[in-house]
Design a protein around this ligand. Sequence first.
Ligand code: FES
Length: 85
Amino acid sequence: MGGVIFWQGQKVEFCGGESAASALARAGITQLGVTGTGQMRGVFCGIGQCQNCLVTFDGRTVEACLLTCRDGMVLQPQERASDDG
Ligand code: FES
């Protein structure tokens, strides 16, 4: 069963079992934030290894590629940290 998640206030539909990274990509959202060094965050490996898709969900930093969508989830770009890559 699908539903809707919210990315920076934008509604994004997802299909049942879909990852947040996949749902966002299908909606044309590929830039997920900016690293502390100013590089774009987005999906690279898709398997939870590169940490390039980090986003904030429920006050925690999580990999969007490993996060299974649930209806009503609110996601934001990760706060820009000075010590990350
Ligand atoms: S894309 Fe590499 S950890 Fe998510």
